[in-house]
Design a protein around this ligand. Sequence first.
Ligand code: CDP
Length: 557
Amino acid sequence: KIVNSKAEEGRVMQLDENALLVLRERYLLKDEAGNLLETPDELFRRVASAISRGEDNDPEGRREEMNEAFYQMMANLEFLPNSPTLMNAGRPSGQLAACFVLPVEDSLDSIFESVKLTAKIHQTGGGTGFSFSRLRPKNDFVQSSRGVASGPVSFIRVFNCATEAVKQGGARRGANMGILRIDHPDIEEFVSVKRDPAELTNFNLSVAFTDDFMHAYEEDGEFPLINPRTKEAARTVKARKLLRLIAESAWASGEPGAIFLDAINRANPTPSLGEIEATNPCGEQPLLPYESCCLGSINLSRLVKDGEINWARLSELTHLGVRFLDNVIDVGTYPSGEIRDKTRGNRKVGLGIMGFAHVLIRLGIPYDSPDAARIGDKVMRFIERESKIASNRLAKKRGPFPNFRGSVWDGKNLLQRNATTTTIAPTGTLSLLAGTSSGIEPIFDIRYKRILLGGIEVEVEDPLWREIKDRADAEEKRRQLFRKAYEVPPLVHLNIQRTFQNSVDNAVSKTVNLPETATVDDILQIYLEAHRMGLKGMTVFRNKSRNYQILSCGTQQ
Ligand code: CDP
């Protein structure tokens, strides 16, 4: 009976079969025996009601009105907050953010303090990013034990095993980002470790590139690797040789990814609070140590009607989205006092979009055409501008973020409630729930297999393709418009990323998909181009470069 009524309700809410599966497996409240305790509609009611309580801190708060507006935009699948908000709002855990960065200092106390916080964050569905650059290199001196250090890679394994053990109650696998600066003496080991598919299966790794390194590459120079403990050069390497090694690893395994530290810090809204050294697991959210951030995504595909984007509704959703996410910061609970204080000090939020590829298909524009970038630019500029207006209005009523003085917004004389407002998330699960293409990615294929939640394999048929596949001109439309990720040239991927990055104050989740036949040199060129474009990071994935033989920490997954 429950299942039937769910399916019935799903049809009313335009949830498709996969959306219902995801909801059932992951989001809807269950009792101990696994019986569902809420319907999708009740889920959106629960979340809207919890988040609208944030209005109570606002002298002009409008709790009832916002409760209804938040509910409507979620139930219409026009806006969805990140998974932890859907799972935990109005429930005892109450931890609502998807993205965290934790510090890892060069001491056992600091390392294991972070391991503990990581476990608590994963338990609530959040993901964690770390810079391991401060750890002394392998075989370096250790005063207390008169022994030698194990180095960053071996400590990353500790975090990896802790993640394995926690497993997020089956709802969500713990995701981590491990970052090492390009000038760390253990960089070669770090960039090669994931060529073994059994290694660090709960981690994405990214190299933190500096402009100095990219300069040394261009000059074909030597590049010093610095011991972070002594601040002295341990040795030098040829920049070209090192970048080639990294490209070879990325060719073989899709890892490591890249972040560009100087680009990230040029956009750091609070430089007086220190440098940004790391991002969240999928790279779209640079954060200071102990900062967390909640993301939300507007389903742009819902806003296309008769070949037009509904700009008025997009404006409304942007204002509501920023307000929703700002409320999340006050309503949410935090894994530690430090995380709470740092998060509430800057009040970063990340509003973005999903469904971009579907918008293009609906408008009759191929993903790899200049018009696609033009639409992307127009949409994101609009959201960015409206989000700043929304944050400014909130600041006038609720006050600016506590670290506003000395921030870049202070310098620009623009009162803001939030140090950042925009981010493009991957929307891996959210897009399935919303029945649209993920983030700003092209469609993966018109039909593909996807492994959900540690094991359930679902066959996903592109929802737009399903709508038109029986039409006489379907095949022609497919050829013209349904451009698959691997068919889109690398430079087009990068150009779309740049287009959005230009109007996003955090970063952009984007993968450059490469055909199996791509070479190491192709990948090298992509690094250079990404840096030249001023991007904050870059991920490549060559088709079939990773297999799924995964064993780690003695546990079969
Ligand atoms: O669609 P959903 O809200 O589930 O997540 P996403 O947009 O694909 O990913 C956004 C962020 O959620 C990631 O960058 C991670 O910080 C976090 N995440 C995680 O912690 N664990 C996962 N299994 C997936 C995402």
